[in-house]
Design a protein around this ligand. Structure first.
Ligand code: PLP
Length: 292
């Protein structure tokens, strides 16, 4: 199936306070963000007309902007309202929302003084992030020689474009090697996360996940931890050594796009889609579809 380019679709995009025809939502070549990565963004899902954790995402957008010292011209309430308007204008009930804020073309150079923050929101229908058939058995991950930057080398708590070039690069590498995604280590060599989702493992009935003090503390990650605790599953947030990967019984990833995605393989190690992954997956499905 031919892909429809993202700049050539029908519909409406909210940009700087105005709803505009999809194809007209453009930025100039000399946009600061294109040259220096000065952008923050959110990825959100909409289930049956409800934006999952809308407020949390809007607040994280503001927090990311503040981490990269960028003023935001809108409040979390205003962003939440604009997202609803975008869904309505496009007649969407089940969708993915991309909100972003970036420094514009008012000024070029490392000195950001004089740039203005622009904000836009688009939404479109989007199914499973990974191939549903591959996902059922568990996706494959490849560890890579690229490590995540340390929190004093990059704004690791922000969801900002400048961090994602590394994700794009490792995704190219691992796909070439026949894997679905990458498993990245942190600056100290501990297990961190994949290119766009957080990491969970199960051992002896305990849910183990890396401490999120050096990569994005995903909203899905926080949701899954709360669901596990409510279900009486012990959660252990700690550093994970790569040598431990072989001893885990179940592995899965979490993220807005990935939702809960089981992992069937890391390098040459294999895993089953086990009972804790299945339990949390069904609790998460109930939550996003408003059944709990
Ligand atoms: C690098 C990275 N880590 C983790 C996540 C998961 O975050 P969330 O659950 O808030 O979508 C994402 C997805 O946005 C991501 O891009």
């Amino acid at each position: 199936m031919a892909l429809i380019p993202f700049d050539d679709r029908d519909g409406f995009i909210w940009m700087d306070g105005k709803m505009m025809p999809w194809r007209e939502a453009k930025v100039h070549y000399l946009t600061h963000a294109l040259h220096y990565g000065t952008q923050v963004f959110e990825g959100e899902r909409v289930y049956s007309g409800q934006i999952f954790k809308s407020r949390e995402h809007s607040e994280r957008l503001l927090k990311s902007a503040s981490i990269i010292y960028m003023d935001m011209p809108y409040s979390a309430e205003e962003i939440c309202r604009a997202k609803e308007e975008v869904l309505k204008a496009n007649g969407l009930e089940n969708a993915y929302i991309r909100a972003a804020a970036w420094r514009g073309a008012e000024q070029m150079g490392i000195d950001v003084a004089g740039t203005q923050t622009h904000v836009a929101i688009a939404a479109w229908e989007w199914g499973s992030y990974f191939d549903p058939e591959v996902r059922k058995k568990g996706i494959s991950l490849k560890t890579t020689h690229w490590h995540k930057p340390s929190p004093n080398c990059a704004p690791t708590a922000a969801k900002t474009a400048s961090l994602y070039n590394l994700s794009c690069m490792v995704k190219v590498e691992v796909k070439k090697a026949g894997y679905t995604d990458a498993l990245m280590m942190d600056h100290e060599g501990y297990v961190a996360e994949s290119t766009g989702a957080n990491f969970f493992a199960v051992k002896d009935g305990v849910l183990i996940t890396p401490i999120a003090d050096r990569f994005l503390n995903g909203i899905t990650r926080q949701t899954v931890i709360a669901l596990a605790k409510e279900a009486g599953i012990t959660v252990d947030e700690r550093r994970i050594k790569p040598e431990e990967l072989d001893s885990f019984e179940e592995i899965f990833l979490t993220g807005t796009a990935a939702e809960i995605t089981p992992v069937g393989k890391i390098d040459e190690m294999t895993y089953n889609v086990g009972p804790i992954t299945q339990k949390l997956h069904s609790l998460y499905e109930d939550l996003i579809h408003g059944r709990r």
